[in-house]
Design a protein around this ligand. Sequence first.
Ligand code: ZN
Length: 487
Amino acid sequence: MRFKGDGFLQDCIPLPRESIGLYEDAAGGSTVLDEEDCMRRFVFTALLAALCSPALLAAPVASKTRPIRVLILDGQSAGPYHDWRLTTAVLKKELEDTGLFRVSVATSPRFGEDFSGFKPEFGSYQVIVSNIDAPDWPSDEKAQFEQFVESGGGLVVVHGADNTFPDWPAFNQMTGVGGWRDRSEKAGPIWYFKDGGLVPDDSAGPAGSHGLRLPFQVVTRSPEHPIMRGLPRVWMHAADELYATLRGPGKDMTVLATAHSDPKNKGTDRAEPSMVALKYGKGRVFHTMMGHDVAALSCVGFMTTFQRGTEWAATGRVTQRVPADFPSAETVKFRVDIAEMDPAFVKGPTTTNSFDGLADAALVAMRRRADELKIEGVAIVAYFEGDTIQSWSSKMAVVGKMKTLPVQEKKGSNLLAIAYSKASEMADTLKDSGSNVRPPMTGEFGWSGGVIVRGKKGFLIAAFSGGKSEDDVKVSRAGVAELKTGL
Ligand code: ZN
């Protein structure tokens, strides 16, 4: 039921009115928050007010339920591929859109810089959302952060934030697992999902890996956990990095969901944790491995689990309903208003209409075809608009090897150069490479193994070098077929 009339109960509804229709319970009802929830919140709010400082008590009594106070932490990443300025803005919007949270941002100096002006009052917040990937922090900040979670503060760790602080044991205990930044078996075992639970793999080696960014299915493993309750058992996440081979202590860690890491996309063939929940002292931690960029963050599945995970980390409960447009097992669902926050977003019916997303998929298709044909080499895909080439977008992947080594009779081949020569010939002739429409010019070889087709607005090119000509053509066909699905 929806509450009518004025006063507290109506204000208790945590969502903007216009989005209420999007939120349904499992039975299809439109309940947003039940009476019991509201009363509990009322009691909680009253209790909180009684415990608050005199300054707060002196303030006028708010008629609305007090929002959950969130601090997003950012300020550094290991590389430009994690654009924290952009992703913090998205995370903030996603939380604020629920009407449940009041969000502040603390931007940390880079490690090694002056921290004297950086004194976030962790204690003023109920939950910290970490969107920072730094090598280390000064000991004062670390001690305060530990104290915050230890004494019951919530923590949410998003994607690359689990790369951070490799040598800070308490932080690694909070996140359970992490990757990169020179982590090795010393950081703990690799954790993966098998036979209904997380299994440690004690073998030696680095931590952290992922393939190309493609959509992948997420499988719920703890359906009764408050964050997961009511979500489908399987849903399709938008194109994202699928983290694998993460290492860590894995203490008090509950796996909420996993994703299969595809060996055809540099994967482990294992069910890798994609969301986990942990306890640290009295604190709750929600750790999602998803969310590389704005496109991934715009996925309704990511957004919902992030909003619910943040509420759970802060309060131990989840009052938010599952949105009606939650992704199914086969279909990506994303929010255009979020995706548009990335200046690189190409407007269209799906994000995969942009060359980048399709190029990743095309290179994976070419890799698969090359594997089937048992050949290695270099794959490239390219796209240009119009009838003649002025500029193109292209992507390349080494599939096994980039060159053949010299032997007595042969000087060896630079397969990358040959693949681009094929593409160059096609860009000029608009025919498949090796079509013999004219004698090869300098820089071309006239070899087959590249395919060009006309798309909706321009030309799509795929070329492979490394196998026999007819096999190179087969691999290239797999690439253009994938590009053609959206261009
Ligand atoms: Zn990433």
